[in-house]
Write a protein that binds this ligand. Structure first.
Ligand SMILES: NC(=O)c1ccc[n+]([C@@H]2O[C@H](COP(=O)([O-])OP(=O)(O)OC[C@H]3O[C@@H](n4cnc5c(N)ncnc54)[C@H](O)[C@@H]3O)[C@@H](O)[C@H]2O)c1
Length: 250
């Protein structure tokens, strides 16, 4: 595989498993030195070991994106031993077991936790790493295609993922002068640890409503992240890219 990211350091939050791990593995395969910024130490260590076993350059840094101090400590470690950080994939989020409650059943505590992780955490990540980034780098944020079709019984999640779109657009303007691009990826429902308990009937219903009529896998997304990280997308910024087999259109 081409080594588009040789000599480049890229931080991927929440990359102990799921989509984040798929992104880290793809970027590392293309030569990146990846930082696995993950809250779950067992997952983070395991992800680091899996990447190292393939001969890739990977380092786990225990990180809680909702904590300013934790993110600052991670950023310091991420900048060690490299001139500048090329990229950030702000992937970490609270995505598993979040559905099932109507708007008036979600408690304020759960609402606040969702915003603290998904919204504040994405901002804190970029706030800490942005000043350490190389001019000409790339930031990818993670939203969700649920914001286009207004998924029910997920109000706090959908609201948090809508905020990330606005955040991406404003950040893109603020980073533009440094030629750092900021784009937002909106995956559709994707098979993985966070979604494995979803009943088969719902998967099949979702797949039947995609234009491409199949269930989405993490490898439908990792090439898109690599594209947004690379110079192949060098004039794309402030955009929201839905990758969901055509489930949504905008
Ligand atoms: N899987 C899907 O269907 C889907 C669809 C649309 C969007 N997304 C988004 O993609 C991203 C990844 O989703 P996923 O399916 O891989 O979820 P996942 O739950 O499998 O992975 C999330 C990872 O983030 C970590 N994490 C959680 N809180 C953290 C924190 N405070 N600090 C650092 N790490 C933390 C978790 O430990 C986990 O390793 C999320 O932002 C999610 O909202 C997922």
């Amino acid at each position: 595989m081409t080594q588009r990211f040789s000599g480049k350091r890229i931080v991927i939050t929440g990359s102990g498993r799921g989509l984040g791990f798929a992104f880290a593995e793809r970027l590392a395969r293309e030569g990146a030195s990846v930082i696995i910024a993950e809250i779950d130490a067992a997952l983070g260590r395991d992800a680091e070991a899996k990447l190292k076993a393939q001969g890739f350059d990977a380092r786990f840094v225990e990180t809680d994106i909702s904590s300013e101090a934790s993110v600052a400590a991670m950023a310091k470690i991420a900048a060690e031993g490299c001139n500048d950080i090329h990229g950030v994939v702000a992937n970490a989020g609270w995505a598993n077991n979040v559905g099932g409650k109507f708007y008036d059943e979600i408690t304020p505590e759960v609402w606040d936790r969702m915003m603290a992780i998904n919204v504040r955490g994405t901002w804190l990540t970029i706030r800490a790493l942005g000043p350490l980034m190389k001019d000409g780098g790339s930031i990818v944020t993670l939203s969700s295609d649920t914001i286009y079709w207004g998924a029910p019984k997920l109000l706090h999640y959908v609201t948090s993922k809508s905020a990330i779109v606005g955040m991406t657009r404003s950040l893109a303007r603020e980073f533009g002068e440094r030629m750092i691009r900021v784009n937002c990826l909106l995956p559709g429902l994707t098979m993985g640890e966070a979604t494995k308990d979803i009943p088969e009937t719902r998967w099949n219903d979702y797949a039947s409503r995609t234009i491409l009529r199949r269930i989405q896998q993490p490898d439908d997304l990792d090439g898109v992240v690599a594209f947004l990280m690379s110079d192949d997308s060098k004039f794309i910024t402030a955009q929201t890219l839905a990758v969901d087999g055509g489930f949504s259109m905008h």
